[in-house]
Ligand binder design. Structure first.
Ligand SMILES: [Zn+2]
Length: 486
């Protein structure tokens, strides 16, 4: 058996001011995809599953990027074109596995990844099985269902099961190729637009939803069930929650299961509304907390959700309240250059952060001693993305009063303790760790955290969706339309 593989992953924040160009992406071509082997990544799961089964795998093109704005048309066409040409060149194959995110928007394509699958389908023909893996934050639309044969979404947030779900997708694809199953999919979209913070899968309501889905899978009612919380910061018609049930040639049952889980999600909708703690109150509580470390979650600047990572509200508050042993990351290449110019041991005086837009706090003037300079590269220790390299670009640690200010040239979503260790920060010795995240941080930080406070910082990651002006979104949708019925 021979399979072709490739993909594109991007979670698009359509209100972001950060452009998305081909340079935004980390691209792997052909044999470069083998670098994901053995990692807790979707592509790693595909590679490992094929090796274990002695299936010939033809790698084509894979591109991934941290969340930014919608890709322009030329960027999308360049990437989709290369992927589709790679798949076409690999034909004939017995099946195709695509690693996608599911919440990518490109100029002209509100559901850009469904367009990718549609184009792959066009070259593959109507009968060739195509398996797709999606992120839990996918905004799944009917076009995705129509173009693919079987879809498998992550069941966890933080995304700890990326490789496992990819192996499952390969299993289902192989069973399809061998004629043992005939996947049939039904999609139901309850009118729900939860924020990422509400989707932590270790707590209700998402824990409740996945427990029911897993019970149905265990009872062999469905081959696989995807519950995607969706990505609310994409102003597209298919934004929001999705339930996608896959059965073996039984569309009525797939529809019934998808509907049941969508009803369950709707019944739990009030639990998806989040209220966070004001910054001043949160910092004061973190300072006086008797145990360390305390994690302050800068939800408004949730990098994984498409914010710039240069939000300054908590930095200003930490300095104003005289916090000691606090660590905060700010993505600011200009400030890194100032620190590099001062050199290790030197004093740097500059304004940091708040430069990408005017939504995440103004630049904060700081004066401090440069403690460390580095290249910002490390390998994720996991659990999420274990084994995958990361690159923050040139990085500096500047001690400003009691604060370890980590300046990075590129934004990187937090969630892996190696990000701290690589710049000489021992997380256990910090009183306060600021994470620019919603939930992903829990993967690496969770086990060592003694207390966490979700902070109501302003910005593109705000949990108050009324702060955004939606134009393309389907309405009514909860909680924007609080009184809506379904
Ligand atoms: Zn995600």
């Amino acid at each position: 058996m021979r399979l072709a593989t490739g993909g594109i992953m991007h979670e698009t924040h359509t209100f972001s001011a950060e452009p998305t160009a081909i340079e935004t992406f980390d691209v792997a071509r052909g044999a470069e995809l083998w670098r994901y082997a053995g990692t807790n990544h979707s592509v790693g799961g595909v590679v490992d599953a094929c090796r274990a089964r002695r299936i010939g795998l033809l790698p084509t093109f894979f591109a991934t990027a941290v969340s930014t704005a919608a890709a322009d048309r030329a960027t999308f066409e360049a990437m989709a074109g290369e992927l589709v040409a790679g798949i076409a060149a690999a034909l004939p194959v017995d099946g195709i596995v695509l690693t996608l995110h599911g919440a990518m928007v490109a100029e002209g394509f509100p559901d850009a990844e469904a367009e990718v699958v549609r184009r792959v389908r066009e070259v593959a023909g109507p009968d060739l099985p195509i398996a797709v893996t999606l992120d839990l934050h996918a905004n799944i639309g009917q076009a995705m269902v129509e173009a693919s044969t079987v879809v498998v979404g992550y069941d966890t947030y933080p995304h700890l099961d990326a490789a496992e779900r990819a192996r499952e997708a390969v299993d289902l694809l192989v069973a399809t190729v061998e004629g043992r199953i005939r996947p049939t999919m039904a999609l139901v979209k309850p009118p729900l637009l939860p924020v990422p913070q509400a989707m932590f899968t270790a707590l209700p309501p998402f824990k409740t939803l996945f427990e029911r889905a897993h019970a149905l899978e265990a009872a062999e009612e469905a081959l696989v069930i995807t519950i995607a919380g969706g990505f609310p910061y994409a102003d597209v018609p298919m934004a929001g929650m999705s339930v996608l049930a896959v059965t073996d040639a039984d569309i009525q049952r797939a529809e019934r299961i998808a509907r049941e889980l969508a009803d369950l999600a709707w019944a739990h909708r009030a639990e998806m509304v989040i209220r966070n703690v004001p910054p001043g109150e949160a910092v004061a509580a973190a300072i006086r907390h008797p145990e360390r470390p305390v994690v302050l979650v800068d939800v408004g600047d949730n990098i994984g959700g498409g914010t710039p990572g240069d939000g300054t509200v908590l930095l200003a508050e930490l300095l104003a309240q005289g916090a000691q042993d606090a660590t905060i990351f700010i993505a600011d290449a200009e400030a890194v250059r100032a620190a590099v110019a001062a050199g290790v041991g030197g004093t740097v005086e500059t304004a940091v952060g708040g430069k990408t837009d005017d939504l995440h706090g103004p630049p904060v003037p700081v004066r401090g001693r440069v403690r460390l300079l580095g290249d910002g590269r490390f390998v994720h220790e996991g659990p999420e993305n274990a084994g995958v390299p990361a690159d923050m670009g040139p990085t500096a640690v500047v001690r400003v009063e009691g604060v370890n200010l980590v300046l990075t040239s590129r934004k990187l979503m937090p969630g892996d303790l190696q990000q701290l260790k690589t710049v000489g920060i021992d997380p256990l010795r910090q009183q306060i760790l600021v994470v620019k995240a919603a939930v992903r941080w829990r993967g690496g930080y969770g086990p060592i955290t003694r207390h966490a406070i979700d902070v109501d910082t302003p910005g593109l990651g705000s949990v108050d969706l009324n702060r955004f002006r939606f134009e393309q979104l389907r309405r009514p949708i909860y909680p924007l339309d609080a009184e809506s019925t379904w």
